[in-house]
Structure formats: structure tokens, C-alpha cells
Design a binder for this molecule. Structure first.
Ligand SMILES: *[C@@H]1O[C@H](CO)[C@@H](O)[C@H](O)[C@H]1NC(C)=O
Ligand SMILES: *[C@@H]1O[C@H](CO)[C@@H](O)[C@H](O)[C@H]1NC(C)=O
Ligand SMILES: *[C@@H]1O[C@H](CO)[C@@H](O)[C@H](O)[C@H]1NC(C)=O
Ligand SMILES: *[C@@H]1O[C@H](CO)[C@@H](O)[C@H](O)[C@H]1NC(C)=O
Ligand SMILES: *[C@@H]1O[C@H](CO)[C@@H](O)[C@H](O)[C@H]1NC(C)=O
Ligand SMILES: *[C@@H]1O[C@H](CO)[C@@H](O)[C@H](O)[C@H]1NC(C)=O
Ligand SMILES: *[C@@H]1O[C@H](CO)[C@@H](O)[C@H](O)[C@H]1NC(C)=O
Length: 363
């Protein structure tokens, strides 16, 4: 009896010791290896998911309180990027169905006939009749006809690109889109250029004597190699003269660098597309238009240099453009509203927005 009791006590003690041992081991590992990191990982994942959700449903710009916003955005931008191929393909299909950059981004010999009546994007009364002389200088077809462009970089002019070291990453893209003859730079913005916009008002103000002396413009555009130069010739009637002049001047001397004209029907369709989705601005910025284009044409879209605020994610002041001292003009585009839309697309996994300096080991 006493022996049996002693055995029982012994067993109980053993159980206690083993149990405690397990507890100690559990406690120990919990504070050192996987379970602890696991917990932080889970917390971090939850935080990222919460932020992702928040930015997906973020309301347009007026409600943004910048300091709070940049703090959370900075957090969110450190979260791993989550591509959502479903979301990406839905956007691609919608854009192709509505606007069809694939077949009508700009006027080509193939999609435009001699004597065809070209409407204006912003006028319902004015039209332009395509004559044989201009038609002869249109490109045959699109370089992408029948295939998808791979990884595309759309490079805005935002001051956050200053000191960003993003040049190498941008140059490694398959197709690079830039704006307004912005300067290029191997360290921060890259050199590769496949499509770049020219603003007709740039021609009017910077290259005044284009008819008599094309050299300054020729010199300026030569740095972009064989990139196509795209102009909104039929957006507003005042764009047409400068655009046609640019084509006439450059076509004979830089045949490898086609001057092309946005299809006004494409731009109009795109405008309606985004208005239906709540973007209530007078006119989309060219940047936003060509990001939309890229979402249709490219496998993956990487957006750089789109940041409409005066301070960066670390609260340092940033210039509006990376290449000049200009201040934003407020009347036309609604950059913060467009930015919120881009942020939504990023959170949904449809494109990748780059807001921070690029790491040196970028692919
Ligand atoms: C700022 O952030 C805090 C905490 O994240 C939140 O409680 C507060 O409502 C935010 N303020 C504004 C104006 O968004
Ligand atoms: C991807 O997007 C689709 C469509 O919006 C959504 O139904 C799905 O839940 C998303 N997938 C993930 C993993 O977030
Ligand atoms: C896009 O345009 C091309 C050329 O005009 C046409 O062949 C194609 O069917 C169009 N695609 C859609 C989805 O409308
Ligand atoms: C275009 O119109 C002009 C006169 O309006 C005509 O002479 C010419 O044959 C037309 N060209 C084509 C290709 O239809
Ligand atoms: C970029 O770096 C230079 C030199 O390090 C510094 O003087 C300048 O303020 C920086 N500019 C921005 C916008 O960060
Ligand atoms: C190119 O980058 C360097 C270093 O960031 C900068 O000092 C220079 O001003 C940039 N040049 C242009 C044309 O943007
Ligand atoms: C640009 O075009 C010219 C003429 O078509 C060609 O010889 C040259 O290799 C091209 N350069 C690049 C960088 O593609």
C-alpha cells in the first residue's frame, strides 16, 4: 500500500517534471526562434493587409491629411507587394474593350485612311481631314502589333525621383514611357526611352523658330535614340499646327524617330472610362493616360515619379519636377485625385507604384 502510494507520488512528480520541462522548452523557444518571429510575421501580415485594404478604398484627395497619410503610406510601401493577376487582367480587358490602345493609341497608316475625317478630343464641331501628305508620314503600324509588351516603366517627372537611384531599374524594363521631353539621367531616371510625349506648347515656347531652324529640337530629341515622339495633335484645335509642323520638320531628318499623334477617339474613350469610375477632373493628365495605356499593353506596369505632394514619405521637401523649378498649376489636372487612384490600383495588385529610392541590387 505504502509502496503503491510512493509509486503514484513518483509518477505524479515525473509527470510534473516532464510537463514543466515541456513548458520551459516551449517558453524558451517561444522567446527565441520560430514562434516569436511567427507571431511578429503574423502581426506584420495583418498590419499590411489592413493597410492594403485601407488604401484600396481610400477616398479622393480632399480628405487626405498629409502627415498621417505619408506615415501610413510609408508603412504600406514597406509591405511586400502583392500582385493580383485577376485584378490585372480585369483592368486590361476593360481598358481594351473601352479604349483599345492596342489598335488605336495613335494614328497609323493602318487605322487611318486618306481623306478620313479626324474628330477632336475636346470639340464636337471641329474636325480635321487627313490629307495624303500627312498620311504618308504616319507610321505603318504599332511596334507591339500582335504581342504584349513585357515589363513597362512609366516615368513621371515627380521630384521624388531626385537622388532615387532608380535609373538602373528603369532601364532594365522592356518598354519605357516618359513625358514632355524630360531630361534623362543614368543614375536617377534612366536613359532607355521607347515613347515620350511632346507638349505642343513646349514647341511653341521653347522651339520658336522650328520652321527656319530645326537644329535645337533635333538635338534635344536625339538623346532619346529611336524613341517614338507622341503629340496630342487632335486634342485641342490649338495643338494641331504645332504638331503637324513638328512632324514635317522631323520626318525627313530623323526617320528612325517617328512623330506620332494620339488618336483623339482613344483619348476621348479613356476620358469617359475614368469619368464613369469617378475621376471628376477637367482632363486626365497625360501621365495618367499613358499609365492606362500601359495597363492594357504591358504584362507588368511599374510607375515611377508620380507623387503630387510637396514632401516625401520621410517628410523631406521634394520639388514638383525632378528637372526644373516649376510649381504645379492647379487649374487643370487633379493630381492628388489621380494619385489616389494609382494607389488604389497598387493596393489591388494591378500595377506597382514606386515611391521610395530604389535599392542598388534592383533587378
Ligand atoms: C491619424 O491617424 C490616427 C491613428 O492612425 C487616427 O486615429 C486619426 O484619425 C488620423 N487622423 C486623420 C485626420 O486622419
Ligand atoms: C484578386 O482580385 C480579385 C478581383 O478583384 C479578388 O476577387 C481576389 O480576392 C483577389 N485575390 C487576392 C489574393 O487578393
Ligand atoms: C482594337 O483595334 C484593332 C484595330 O483597329 C481591331 O482589330 C481590334 O478588333 C480592336 N479590339 C477591340 C477589343 O475592340
Ligand atoms: C481624297 O479627296 C480628294 C478630293 O477631295 C480626291 O481627289 C482624292 O482622290 C481622295 N483620295 C482618296 C485616297 O480617297
Ligand atoms: C540630393 O542629394 C544631394 C547631394 O547628396 C543633396 O544636396 C540634395 O538636397 C538631394 N536632393 C533631394 C531632393 O533629396
Ligand atoms: C542627374 O543626376 C544627378 C545625381 O542625382 C544630378 O546631380 C543631376 O542634376 C541629374 N541631371 C539631370 C539632368 O537630371
Ligand atoms: C535606331 O534606328 C537605326 C535605323 O533604323 C538603327 O540602325 C539603330 O540600330 C537603332 N538604334 C537602336 C538603339 O535601336
Amino acid at each position: 500500500m505504502a509502496l503503491a502510494f510512493r509509486r503514484l507520488v513518483f509518477r505524479l512528480l515525473m509527470v510534473l517534471v516532464v510537463f514543466q520541462g515541456v513548458c520551459v522548452i516551449f517558453y524558451y523557444t517561444r522567446n527565441t526562434h520560430w514562434p516569436r518571429d511567427g507571431v511578429t510575421d503574423v502581426l506584420q501580415q495583418q498590419r499590411c493587409a489592413k493597410l492594403r485594404h485601407k488604401f484600396t478604398i481610400l477616398k479622393p484627395a480632399k480628405s487626405i491629411q498629409l502627415q498621417n497619410f505619408t506615415r501610413e503610406l510609408s508603412d504600406f510601401m514597406s509591405c511586400p507587394y502583392k500582385l493580383n493577376t485577376t485584378e490585372r487582367e480585369i483592368n486590361r480587358m476593360r481598358l481594351q474593350f473601352c479604349c483599345n490602345a492596342t489598335g488605336s493609341l495613335y494614328l497609323t497608316k493602318r487605322n487611318t485612311a486618306i481623306n478620313q475625317t479626324i474628330p477632336y478630343e475636346t470639340s464636337t464641331v471641329k474636325t480635321y481631314k487627313m490629307n495624303a501628305g500627312i498620311h504618308r508620314m504616319l507610321p505603318e503600324d504599332f511596334p507591339w502589333s500582335g504581342r504584349r509588351l513585357g515589363r513597362c516603366a512609366v516615368v513621371g517627372s515627380g521630384g521624388i525621383l531626385k537622388n532615387s537611384s532608380c535609373g538602373r531599374e528603369i532601364d532594365s524594363a522592356d518598354y519605357v514611357i516618359r513625358f514632355n521631353l524630360a531630361s534623362i539621367n543614368d543614375s536617377d531616371v534612366g536613359l532607355k526611352t521607347d515613347l515620350i510625349t511632346i507638349n505642343p506648347s513646349q514647341i511653341r515656347s521653347v522651339f520658336k523658330n522650328l520652321g527656319q531652324n530645326p537644329d535645337p529640337l533635333v538635338e534635344r530629341i536625339s538623346v532619346y535614340g529611336n524613341a517614338s515622339l507622341i503629340m496630342p495633335a487632335f486634342a485641342y484645335t490649338f495643338c494641331t499646327g504645332q504638331s503637324l509642323k513638328t512632324l514635317r520638320v522631323l520626318h525627313p531628318v530623323r526617320p528612325q524617330q517617328p512623330v506620332v499623334f494620339f488618336s483623339p477617339e482613344y483619348l476621348r474613350a479613356l476620358d469617359r472610362f475614368w469619368k464613369r469610375r469617378g475621376l471628376k477632373e477637367v482632363r486626365l493628365s497625360t501621365g495618367f493616360m499613358l499609365i492606362s495605356t500601359a495597363m492594357e499593353l504591358c504584362d507588368n506596369v511599374h510607375v515611377y515619379g508620380f507623387w503630387p505632394f510637396g514632401t516625401d514619405l520621410q517628410d523631406n521637401p521634394v520639388p514638383y519636377h525632378y528637372y526644373d523649378e516649376l510649381k504645379p498649376h492647379r487649374y487643370m489636372h487633379s493630381m492628388p485625385e489621380e494619385f489616389v487612384r494609382l494607389l488604389q490600383l497598387h493596393s489591388q495588385g494591378a500595377l506597382t507604384l514606386h515611391l521610395q529610392p530604389c535599392s542598388s541590387d534592383a533587378r
